[in-house]
Every structure is written in structure tokens, then in C-alpha cells.
Design a protein. Structure first.
Ligand code: URA
Length: 488
């Protein structure tokens, strides 16, 4: 059995070296008892483990980073846990990405706890001035009680931030001392008596003023500023009072609020009302109303809005996502590459586009400029929602017997459901007005598929869907004809 004692400073590097040497000598986790200088002093003989010759061995970078953090954890088993995992990792490098591995999960949790502790240290260390204000380099000291041994790995942060002053941060285990631009580590000591900070009153006033009683969330606050740090934070003394008086202060704020809505709110209300109201007007005015639309910011960058086109007495309405680059310039739907592919497949499937009304869920082209190109961007739910009024108006006008939804955006705009399109394609759903909608993929999905075999398969499925749409239209037309005949 080898007893290896890892020092309290330079811990991560020392463990890394020792673990590497042990691994090279083929020492299994059961052959080693790991200890740390502070807790094991006197218990073990420190037996340095050395490699006979420098040996190269590689472990995943992600493990090195994990070990760098875990070494500063307070758990006495940390070195043994790391080595046991490293031992397994040498024969199974993919372990680092095995989310189900319990040892890895435990180490990840330790890493998280150490990083959180470092974060808290950066946020909650409070310096008091200990030197003479007139000295060329001012001098400060702070006392902090970290959960883990995080002073050493976090010291660099303070060096960078407070490079122009001398300071020391004392903790029960270790003290970091920065003097004349050089950092050194010294043993820890009990809490020192630090002088009052003359700027503390200012700091407390600031803390009180940023506290909003109307947005008090005690749980979120104590998770961000855990209670164990309060005793060393001057501002924490005010917290209990701020919480206790919050409800009364929030009520007072509400009572003192202006009773008339500010002008901006009124403007927003009017805009919202305009968007929510259904469009009503003469049939022939709908396309120009759509072209004049400013309901959402997409109108600012697009060339023009593209209203639907086709027969107003169509039995089939085809709904796409939004105009593409070419449609935006032409002012007509489905004239670019996706439209041309649709036309080719529709012809094979016996579906007559010229007999349909073709439109989009969103009427403006959404894109990001990339050099001279405009790259398509998928509209979000808000943009779909803003445009739904136009789609509804087109549907009221055309009153199709069947709607064909091409792609997820069209399906969401028509049915309100954003469920995955591949699971829905080829199925018929019912719209709020009782008419059927057949769901299919968008033709641009076929254009984007990189694998030729999958592209071929999806294209065949799309053709089947268009054939089904053509059959359904014929059937619905025949049924309507029969009903008309029966009623005359
Ligand atoms: N994609 C669409 O969804 N609609 C068009 O009009 C063009 C491309």
C-alpha cells in the first residue's frame, strides 16, 4: 500500500504529478491511500512517487479540467475518487461523455460545488483598509470563510482586479498576500479584527437603494447570497429589516404610482388592439392591406409583404412558411427554388397548383444579411401570431375545403400546435372551422437534406402527401356536389 500525501498548496499540480506517476507504475486505486497535508500530517509517511523516465500519457482535456477543480474540494476522498476514475478512464476514454456514469456524476457535482464556491468568493470578499491612505500603495485586508479550499485557485482573479494595491485575504486554511505586485501564500489563521471601513456606510446606502421591495424573492436571494456568508458581509445586517418592511413599502409604492397610464403604455395598448382585431374590409382591399402591414418589425427589413395568390374560389389552400429571398423581390409566393421543387413534385402527384390558393403563414421575409446574401431565418411564435390575422382573413375569403400545411410554421399557424412535423406529416388534423388540414414537410426541407438516400425517401413521402391532397380535394368536391344536388 502506498501512502501519498498531497500538499495544501499547489494541490492540483501535485495530485496531477502523483497520479501520473502512479498510473505509469500500474498502481491500482486499491494500492494507494491518498491523504492531504493538513488532515493527515503525522499519520502517513509521505512517500513521493516518481517515474523512472518521463512518460507521455494522454487523458482527455475535459478530465484535466475536472481534476483541476475537484482537487480544491474539501472532501477528504477527492484524490482517491479522482484516481479511481482516472484508472477506469485510461482504458475507456469515452467515459468522460457517459452521462449515466455515477462516478463521473459525483465528480461533476464536486466540480460544480468548487466553481460555485469560487464564484461566491469573487462576489463576497469585502476588503477593509488597513494601511495609511496616503501611502503610495494602499493596503487592504479581508476575511473570508470558503466552503472549499478555493483561495489559491481564485487568487489570480484578485491579482488582476486589484493589481495596484497591496492586499491580503485570510481564510481559516490559507492566507493570500499580495505585496508590491507579488503574490505569496501563507498559513491560515483565526478571524482577525479588521478596522471599520469608512466607505461601508456608502455601500450600505447603495445596497438599500437597489433593493426593490416589490420584487422581493427571498428564496432566490438566499440562493444567490447564501446565509453562511452573511456574517462577513456588512450589507447582510440590513437584509432582515429590508425583508420585514418589504410588503409595506411595496404597497406604498403601488399607492403612489400614477393613476393615468403613461403615454407610451397607451400607444402600446392601441397598437395591440389594432393587431388583435380581425381584418374586415372588401375582398379586393385585402392584398393591399397586407402589403401595408407594420404589425411586427419584419416589415422594416423586408422589401415588401407577400400576400397569397391564386383562385379566390379554390377548394385547396396551400400554406407555406414565409416568402423567401426571391418571393420577397417578386412579391409572389413560392416562385423561388422551394416553389419550383413543389411544382415539379405536385405535377407528378397530379395536384394542380393553378387551381389552389397559395399563401404563407408569415407575410414578410425574415433574414440575416451575410455578405451579399440574405439568409433565411425561421419566424418565431410572436411573428406567426402577429400574422395570423392575415391568414385568417385569407381563409375567410377563400373558404377552402382542404388546407395543405407545408412545414412546421404553417402547421403551427393553422393549428396552434408546434409539435414535430416529421411525426405529423401525412396526417389530417381538424381546424377550428371544422375543415381538414393535411400536414406535409416544407419543400425547402427536402432541398436542405444532405444525405441523398434520405432526400430521395422524403421526396417520395412528400409526393405521396401531395397525391393524398389531390385525392382529398376531389373527394370533398364530389361530396359537396352531391349535397348541392340533393338540396335542389
Ligand atoms: N418558402 C415558403 O414557405 N414560402 C414561399 O413563398 C417561398 C419559400
Amino acid at each position: 500500500m502506498r501512502h501519498i500525501v498531497i500538499p495544501d498548496t499547489g494541490t492540483a499540480a501535485a495530485w496531477r504529478e502523483a497520479a501520473r506517476a502512479c498510473l505509469m507504475q500500474g498502481l491500482s486505486p486499491a494500492d494507494i491511500a491518498w491523504g492531504s497535508e493538513s488532515s493527515e500530517r503525522g499519520l502517513f509517511e509521505d512517500q513521493p512517487v516518481s517515474c523512472a523516465a518521463p512518460v507521455r500519457m494522454t487523458v482527455p482535456r475535459s478530465f484535466v479540467e475536472l481534476a483541476e477543480a475537484v482537487c480544491w474540494h474539501r472532501d477528504e476522498d477527492r484524490f482517491a475518487r479522482l484516481y479511481a476514475f482516472l484508472w477506469r478512464l485510461k482504458d475507456a476514454p469515452q467515459l468522460m461523455s457517459d452521462r449515466g456514469d455515477r462516478d463521473l456524476a459525483h465528480l461533476r457535482a464536486m466540480e460544480k460545488s468548487v466553481r460555485r464556491c469560487q464564484h461566491k468568493m469573487k462576489a463576497f470578499v469585502r476588503f477593509r483598509e488597513i494601511g495609511n491612505r496616503d501611502d503610495p500603495r494602499r493596503s487592504f485586508a479581508a476575511w473570508f470563510e470558503p466552503t472549499h479550499h478555493t483561495l489559491e485557485p481564485t487568487a489570480d482573479f484578485f491579482v488582476r482586479r486589484f493589481a495596484d494595491m497591496d492586499w491580503r485575504i485570510a481564510t481559516p486554511d490559507l492566507t493570500a498576500i499580495f505585496e508590491q505586485g507579488a503574490l505569496r501564500l501563507a498559513p491560515g489563521h483565526p478571524k482577525p479584527a479588521l478596522p471599520d471601513d469608512s466607505s461601508e456606510a456608502l455601500w450600505l446606502t447603495y445596497f438599500r437603494s437597489i433593493f426593490n421591495p416589490a420584487r422581493l424573492k427571498v428564496q432566490a436571494m438566499t440562493s444567490e447570497m447564501p446565509k453562511k456568508y452573511w456574517k462577513n458581509l456588512p450589507e447582510a445586517a440590513t437584509i432582515a429589516d429590508l425583508i420585514a418592511t418589504a410588503p409595506a413599502r411595496a404597497r406604498a409604492m403601488a399607492e403612489a404610482a400614477p393613476t393615468l397610464p403613461p403615454m407610451r403604455a397607451e400607444k402600446a395598448r392601441l397598437q395591440l388592439a389594432a393587431h388583435e382585431s380581425a381584418w374586415s374590409g372588401p375582398t379586393e382591399a385585402l392584398p393591399s392591406a397586407i402589403r401595408a402591414c407594420t404589425r411586427c418589425p419584419l416589415h422594416r427589413t423586408a422589401t415588401q409583404a407577400v400576400p397569397g395568390a391564386g383562385r379566390l374560389d379554390a377548394d385547396l389552400m396551400i400554406v407555406g412558411e414565409q416568402p423567401g429571398d426571391q418571393e420577397d423581390l417578386a412579391g409572389l409566393p413560392f416562385v423561388g427554388p422551394a416553389g419550383q421543387l413543389f411544382d415539379r413534385i405536385a405535377q407528378l402527384a397530379g395536384l394542380e397548383r393553378s387551381e389552389a390558393f397559395v399563401t404563407n403563414a408569415v407575410k414578410h421575409f425574415k433574414f440575416t444579411p451575410r455578405g451579399k446574401r440574405r439568409l433565411h431565418q425561421r419566424p418565431n411564435s410572436g411573428e406567426i401570431e402577429h400574422c395570423r390575422g392575415w391568414l385568417d382573413a385569407e381563409r375567410r375569403l377563400v373558404q377552402p375545403k382542404l388546407t395543405l400545411a407545408l412545414g412546421a410554421t404553417a402547421a403551427e399557424a393553422l393549428t396552434g400546435s408546434g409539435a414535430g412535423i416529421l411525426a405529423r406529416r401525412g396526417t389530417v388534423e381538424q381546424l377550428a372551422d371544422g375543415t381538414p388540414v393535411l400536414v406535409a414537410v416544407h419543400p425547402s426541407y427536402l432541398l436542405r437534406l444532405p444525405d441523398p438516400v434520405e432526400r430521395e425517401r422524403q421526396t417520395r413521402l412528400f409526393e405521396e402527401d401531395l397525391r393524398l391532397a389531390a385525392d382529398m380535394v376531389r373527394r370533398l368536391r364530389a361530396e359537396a356536389g352531391a349535397i348541392r344536388a340533393a338540396s335542389t
